[in-house]
Design a protein around this ligand. Structure first.
Ligand code: SMO
Length: 698
């Protein structure tokens, strides 16, 4: 590949690392107008009046679109994974009331961004404030419930029983480019083109067509370069749809770029679940019964994948362990805060956090080493494929080997000795382990491969990219099947006019499903080439995975906590991950490290805070800490490669792994460090202040 020849890992890197990326905000259209949203300043209120007149009269203003213009238009239906949900209609612009700070009320469109911002200040909104409801407020009706319950009597031979309660904070996705939309209505052709920061261009297209009430063929969505998305750009926002609506209404090109502050207030957030569990063991340390109660916050409106985290956490428990019986219930409820959507891991981190914390406490309660207890309960490689008590199917993997490899690399026995010595010298130092499973790659994806007479190969994928490097990895996959150089292969994605309809880049599915589609289309094209058909040849396919692949891995971390200040220091982190077949080792490592950084951020630094009136107290990077390079610990990575039969490539997911295993291992390490002081309950983020408070006598 040409980019490799000059030492770059990815064909995308030259463009992205030299400032030549084209993000939505970089794009221009002739006569383009600029848009600014007027947003709710209240967490919950009745709207008495919205007066647009002064803004409309302001210099440079082309139009002000208020609630009336969008009355009766609602967010598209969501992915209803849970039966019997009571789903509200979520308006595009506030209708008579607001239910979260930052909710869009009106849109000001002007000839310059400055003029739009000035005029937005002139929109007069009169509120009658109401008492806001926070996440998991008692008495709030659940929107939907998931339950997994094995039948049979309660176990009789319980020898130990441990309980865990953990409150995750909400966090933000922190993309390089916040949400952005540029929509252009071509009056002559009656078509709308929308450049959108989206992980799922085809669904965004369908959502826009539905909102505008036009046939699908009249809408084109283009996802240009996207500086990360992490789930938060998997579903359209009300803002995206309002911009598309305004472009058609005004027969114009209109651009909106979210400011970082708007992003904190109104983009979909992640996590925020309350996790409670109880694990029962027999005298030999075998897991008898898991009871789990999971509450997921939804916020004030519902993105397409809003229910996914609750569903995932419930089905993934009890993680990689044999547990004879389970009673797992998850529910989700709305609140006066930003929406919560899938975020890197989407329920998998919650399952790992609860289970690994329970296992660690069970070991302490039973007086067993936590490694020994895990080895006793992990599903064995001989048992694969393995049917879990929640009806899932582990396809391939050796969980014990992952733990043993991690222990060997970490020098677990030696590290425990060192810990004993340091504790004797007065230090607070802990070792935390987490083993996780990571289901990925459900459903279908599309690809089209064209072989040209001059040897060039062209791949068009229905999966988009958000910075992962699909232009590199899909080229590698096609080249391998076709027996050519990856440099001969060019890859298109993200444009609904030039790529086949697809699902998109989410849920760690891009290699497993998107990559399998590329491989299948390449095989079909090669077969026709080999049969002597004249070039160019195009082959297209929609590949559907027969089942899910389950990645897994083991993280072991050592954390020291300063006795005087509570300052934590992650001194070592060993991580063994099995993502099945790896297409590009460099890209896979990048995904692991990126996920690790985000997982570390959630464990150690990040927290969205609302006050009791629903005001956002962490609305900027002055109040909200994301991890930086010097927060990263020394990292030792190893891989296993048990390929899966769940897709053509044998690839499993890799992008979300760091957010799943790392936070659980860090929580266990912190709890272990403080354990000489007595049992302490710890919530994220594990800041120096929180750890210091936890160290004080109770
Ligand atoms: S949390 Mo992901 O982008 O499905």
């Amino acid at each position: 590949m040409s980019a490799r020849a000059d030492g770059l890992a990815r064909v995308e890197d030259r463009r992205l690392l030299t400032g030549r990326g084209q993000y939505v905000h970089d794009l221009r259209q002739p006569g383009m107008l600029h848009a600014v949203f007027v947003r709710s300043t209240h967490g919950r209120a009745r709207l008495i009046a919205v007066d647009l007149q002064a803004a409309q009269d302001s210099e440079g203003v082309v139009a002000v679109i208020g609630p009336d213009a969008l009355a009766g238009r609602f967010m598209p239906p969501i992915n209803e994974l849970v039966s019997g949900m009571q789903l509200p209609n979520c308006p595009l612009l506030a209708q008579g009331r607001v239910d979260s700070v930052g909710q869009p009320i009106a849109l000001v469109v002007a000839t310059s961004l400055q003029a739009a911002q000035d005029a937005a200040e002139l929109v007069f909104v009169d509120y009658d404030a109401e008492a806001a409801q926070g996440d998991m407020a008692p008495g709030a009706p659940p929107l939907g419930k998931v339950r997994h319950q094995t039948s049979g009597a309660a176990p009789a031979n319980v020898s130990h029983r441990v309980r865990v309660s953990h409150q995750q904070p909400r966090v933000i996705a922190m993309s390089l480019e916040p949400r952005a939309a540029l929509a252009h209505w071509d009056a002559a052709g009656g078509t709308l083109t929308a450049w959108l920061g989206t992980q799922a261009p085809s669904r965004a297209r369908a959502d826009i067509a539905r909102t505008l009430d036009v046939p699908l063929a009249q809408v084109r969505v283009i996802a240009p370069d996207i500086g990360g998305a992490f789930g938060a750009k998997a579903s359209v926002s009300p803002e995206d749809l309002v911009i598309a609506f305004a472009a058609r209404q005004l027969k114009a090109a209109i651009k909106w770029t979210s400011s970082r502050s708007e992003e904190f207030m109104s983009a979909a957030q992640g996590r925020g679940a309350k996790l409670e569990g109880e694990l029962s063991l027999d005298a030999q340390g075998r897991f008898l019964h898991l009871e789990a109660r999971l509450q997921f916050p939804m916020g004030a409106w519902l993105p397409y994948s809003a229910v996914v985290p609750a569903r995932n956490a419930a089905r993934i428990l009890p993680g990689p362990y044999r547990v004879a019986a389970v009673d797992i219930a998850a529910e989700a409820g709305m609140s006066n805060a930003a929406a919560v959507n899938i975020y890197r891991g989407a329920g998998r981190p919650e399952a790992a956090l609860l289970m690994e914390r329970l296992v660690e406490m069970a070991a302490r309660s039973a007086g067993m080493d936590p490694v020994e207890l895990r080895l006793r309960n992990l599903v064995e490689v001989e048992a694969m494929p393995y049917a879990t008590p929640t009806g899932e199917r582990f396809d391939a993997g050796d969980y014990r080997l992952a733990l043993q490899k991690a222990c060997a690399r970490f020098d677990y026995a030696g590290e425990r000795q060192l810990q004993t010595q340091r504790r004797a010298a007065g230090e607070l130092v802990g070792i935390g382990i987490a083993i996780y499973v990571e289901p990925c790659g459900q459903g279908w994806e599309s690809a089209r491969v064209t072989l040209h007479a001059d040897g060039r190969v062209h791949v068009a994928s229905g999966s988009a990219a958000q910075g992962q490097g699909h232009e590199t990895s899909y080229a590698v996959i096609a080249a391998e099947v076709l027996g050519c150089e990856a440099a001969q292969v060019s890859v298109d994605h993200g444009d609904t006019a030039t790529s086949p309809e697809g699902v998109g880049a989410l849920a760690s599915r891009s290699m497993a499903i998107g990559g399998s589609a590329v491989a299948e289309a390449a095989r079909m094209a090669a077969a026709r080439r080999d049969a002597g058909e004249a070039l160019p040849i195009t082959a297209g396919t929609v590949y559907t995975a027969p089942s899910e692949g389950w990645s897994y891995g083991c993280v072991i971390a050592r954390m020291a906590i300063d006795r005087d200040t509570g300052q934590p220091c992650i001194e070592r982190l060993v991580w063994v991950d099995d993502a099945g077949r790896i297409i590009s080792p460099q890209l896979a490592e990048g995904q692991l490290l990126g996920g690790l950084a985000q997982g570390l951020g959630q464990a150690m630094l990040e927290r969205i805070v609302y006050d009791s009136e629903g005001q956002l107290l962490t609305g900027s990077l002055m109040d909200y800490a994301v991890p930086r390079a010097d927060d990263m610990p020394p990292i030792e990575l190893e891989s296993l490669a048990f390929t899966t039969q769940a897709n053509l490539l044998g690839a499993k997911g890799v992008g979300e792994a760091g957010c799943i295993g790392v936070p659980a291992a860090l929580l266990n390490a912190a709890a272990d460090a403080l354990s000489p002081l007595g049992e302490r309950s710890l919530d994220f983020p594990l800041t120096a202040e929180r750890l210091w408070r936890a160290m004080q006598p109770t």
